[in-house]
Design a protein around this ligand. Sequence first.
Ligand SMILES: *Cc1c(COP(=O)(O)O)cnc(C)c1O
Length: 359
Amino acid sequence: MTFRPRYTGLIDRYRDRLPVHDDTRIISLGEGNTPLIRLNNIPRLIKQNVDIYVKYEGLNPTGSFKDRGMTMAVTKAVEEGSRAIICASTGNTSAAAAAYASRAGITAFVLIPEGKIALGKLAQAMIHGAVVIQIKGNFDEGMELVKQIGKETPITIVNSINPYRLQGQKTAAFEILEELSGAPDFHCIPVGNAGNITAHWMGYKEYHEHGIVNNLPRMVGYQASGAAPFMRGKMVDNPDTIATAIRIGHPQSWDKAWVVQKESNGWFDECTDAELLAAQKMLTEHEGVFCEPASAISLAGAMKDIASGKIPQGSKIVCTLTGHGLKDPDTAIKQSTRGVLTTDAKLDSVKRAILDNLK
Ligand SMILES: *Cc1c(COP(=O)(O)O)cnc(C)c1O
C-alpha cells in the first residue's frame, strides 16, 4: 500500500504560482482541493443534454471559497508584520477572517450589516473571537468605512481589494483544469463584488498562457435581480435579495469583471430570489448537495441559459457553489417541503407516519 502525502492547503500545493517565499510562515487550515461533482439527476430532470459539474466550495474549512483568499491574505499580512486585519462582510469573509486570524494569533475586526447576515456566519465570527462591529447600514457602506480605516491605521484590509485574496482564489480554476484535463465550455459563478469571477479568470488564463491547457471557458456571472449592478450597467443603491452573500450594489471589482466578460466572450445575467431558491432545493433533493442560497444562483442561471439556448446542448459546464448550506439554516428550514412530523412515542403512530410517506 502506498500513502499519498498529506494535503496541507493550497499555498503548499501551488507554491510556485503564488507570491510566497521559501521561508514564509504559511497560515493554513487545509483549504482548497474541493470536490468537483458531476450532476447525475438534474440534467435528466430538466431534459437537457448537458454535462454539469458543481465545484463544491462549501467544503472549505470555514464553509466557503473565501478561505482560498484568506489563507493568502493572512499569510502575507503576518509576513509583513501586521498585528490585525479588518474587513467589511456580508458574512463569509468575516467567518474566514476570524478563523485565519485565530490561527495566526492576530486580531480580526469585522464590519457586518445589521440583521442581514446568515446565522451560521455570525456564529463563526463570534466563536473565533473576532471583534464584530454591526453597522446600521449595508455592505457597501461598511466597505467605504473599512477603506477609510485602512488609510488611517496600520490594520490590513482583507476584503477582495487586497490583491493576495484573488491570488489565492485563482487556485480554484487550477483545480478544475487539472480535474477535467482542460477547461469547461462555460463557467457559471455568482457575482457580488466580482472578485471571484476575476480570480477564476486569472487562474484559467495563467494555465493557458503556460501551455498547461489549450482552451479557455466562457465566464458567465449571475446576480440576484434585486442586487444586479452588472445588469443595470450602473451601481445600485439599495440592493436587496434573500441571498445575503451577494447583496451588494457597489461591486469592488467592477472594471476587472467587465474585462473578464469581454476577454472570455461571456456575459452577465440575473435570477430572481424564487429561481435561486428553487435551484438550491433541487440540488439538495436530487443531488444531495447542500449549498447556500447565493451559491445556487450559478445553477439557477445555468439552467435558464441552457433552456434559452444561450448555453448550447452538449456543453460542459462548471457551476461554482460558493458556500455551504449550513451557513443559512433559517432559509433551509423555511424551504423544506416536508417539515417535521410529530407523533406519540408508540409503534403504531410511528408506523403510520412511515406508511403515509412511502415513495
Ligand atoms: C463572497 C460570496 C460570493 C460573491 O463573491 P464575489 O467575489 O464577491 O463576487 C458569492 N457567494 C458566496 C457564498 C460568497 O460568500
